[in-house]
Design a binder for this molecule. Structure first.
Ligand SMILES: [Zn+2]
Length: 435
């Protein structure tokens, strides 16, 4: 809750500060905000679906804007383009033999990103069992995340669920790397004392290129990073759909991407080296598995990121009225509290995510960084429970409120000031408390 008297005092304190400061602060300009979001959400960008020319155009545009801002490249890079591959895996032939006998196809399944893999013996393979009395469904999550060479012997009591998993693994899926040694092989059998094993797996593996767009302003404390991010990908064009089938993704998340670009310009225009390094990233593939934020988080030391502002869907007014935004995972670090304090005395307010049952903290790129301990939260203003345009072709610029968006970007800039100056550092997120 805001306290009017305190707010007024803070206001006077703030204004006297700006009188004594000698530099005119840069402006967040509504015209430029409108130009950027209109470009990103234009039909020319074809809904910014991964692996399409439309998202390439969007990437080019963001890179040009980062250049205009004068951002530096991230360390070790020679452009703003953070390119990486993911792999589409289409299952091919697999032959599994246990104790010298070939297992019937309906009684085994493989989880592997190998182009070609061969295990001639049981040695080196870890054997797990799922007994008839075990809850296979609840064990499955853990099993699917195992690394190394694994054989899982599943009691035939779980035949039905096994069949469902098998069908799932037979479809093409994606992996972040090709691994020609490791796999998880599951066999439906009541033999839990097997003596020999032979595995041959072949998949068709196709590399596909993805790119984040990244840039930075190096601070005096080079290795303390304040991160601003938003995803620039969206859902593209839906073939076979009647009427408008181009999903422009204006609110989701051209609005957040616009904020990231605008903040880059704003902080670069300060004209002096910030105390902390500021990194800006437009993530790819948020809508298709979160591969962009995953790759990004592996390119730097997450311990160096002191805070992450993930900006999602800020084009429409929030539930609590104009000039408000909400923060996901409010209780997971002191990030939200610091933001609230930072804008006290202004006309803007931050408050906790009003839709806790929607699990929004886990539904965007911030979660990837939060699982590494980073105080990484999404800031949004959209009434997700009643919004008519969310993940619809109607998510167009005409439905957005540019003045509100501009005010929100200004509030985020203000809220980040003392984190960038090094005066404030949010507490870390405890990854053990996360899903
Ligand atoms: Zn989104």
């Amino acid at each position: 809750m805001k306290k009017p008297i305190l707010s007024l005092l803070t206001f006077f304190a703030a204004s006297s500060l700006s009188i004594t400061s000698c530099q005119t602060p840069p402006e967040v300009n509504q015209e430029d905000v409108t130009r950027i979001i209109t470009t990103l959400a234009s039909d020319e960008m074809e809904g910014r679906m991964i692996f399409t020319p439309g998202i390439e155009k969007a990437s080019q545009f963001i890179q040009e804007e980062f250049k205009k801002a004068g951002l530096e490249y991230l360390e070790g890079m020679d452009s703003y383009n953070q390119q990486f591959n993911i792999y589409s895996i289409t299952p091919g032939n697999a032959i599994i033999s246990v104790d010298g006998k070939v297992v019937e196809p309906q009684n085994f399944l493989t989880m592997s990103s190998a182009e070609s893999l061969e295990w001639p013996e049981l040695e080196g393979v870890t054997v797990h069992t799922v007994a008839a009395s075990d809850n296979f469904q609840s064990k499955y999550g853990e099993i699917s995340r195992m690394s190394g060479k694994n054989l899982v012997l599943v009691d035939p009591a779980h035949k039905d669920f096994f069949g469902r998993v098998k069908n799932f693994t037979l479809r093409a899926n994606r992996a972040t790397e090709v691994n020609n040694n490791d796999a998880t092989v599951m066999v439906l059998t009541n033999n839990t004392a097997i003596k020999s094993l032979n595995v041959k797996i072949e998949n068709t593996v196709k590399a596909q290129s993805l790119s984040n767009v990244t840039g930075k302003i190096t601070g005096n404390r080079e290795n303390e990073i304040v991160l601003f991010g938003a995803h620039y990908d969206h859902l593209g064009i839906r073939e076979g759909m009647e009427g408008d089938n181009l999903f422009n993704g204006a609110n989701d998340d051209a609005s957040g991407t616009t904020a990231v670009i605008t903040l880059a310009k704003y902080f670069a225009a300060m004209g002096k080296k910030p105390e902390r390094t500021i990194v800006f990233v437009a993530f790819t593939a948020e809508e298709s598995g979160g591969y962009g934020s995953r790759h990004f988080s592996e390119q730097l030391n997450p311990d160096e990121i002191v805070a992450m502002f993930n900006i999602e869907m800020i084009g429409k007014g929030a539930k609590e009225g104009p000039n408000t935004a909400w923060i996901t995972g409010f209780e997971k670090s002191s990030f939200g509290k610091l933001l609230q304090e930072a804008v006290e005395g202004t006309e803007y307010t931050f408050y906790p995510d009003p839709y806790p049952t929607q699990n929004l903290f886990y539904r965007s790129d911030n979660a990837t960084l939060a699982r590494l301990g980073v105080p990484a939260h999404s800031i949004s203003t959209t009434q997700i429970d009643i919004d008519q345009d969310y993940h619809k072709a109607s998510d167009e610029v005409s439905t957005l409120d540019m003045a509100h968006m501009t005010n929100t970007i200004k509030a985020i800039a203000k809220a980040a000031e003392r984190m960038i100056s090094g005066e404030q550092t949010p507490t870390r997120v405890d990854p053990s408390g996360l899903r």
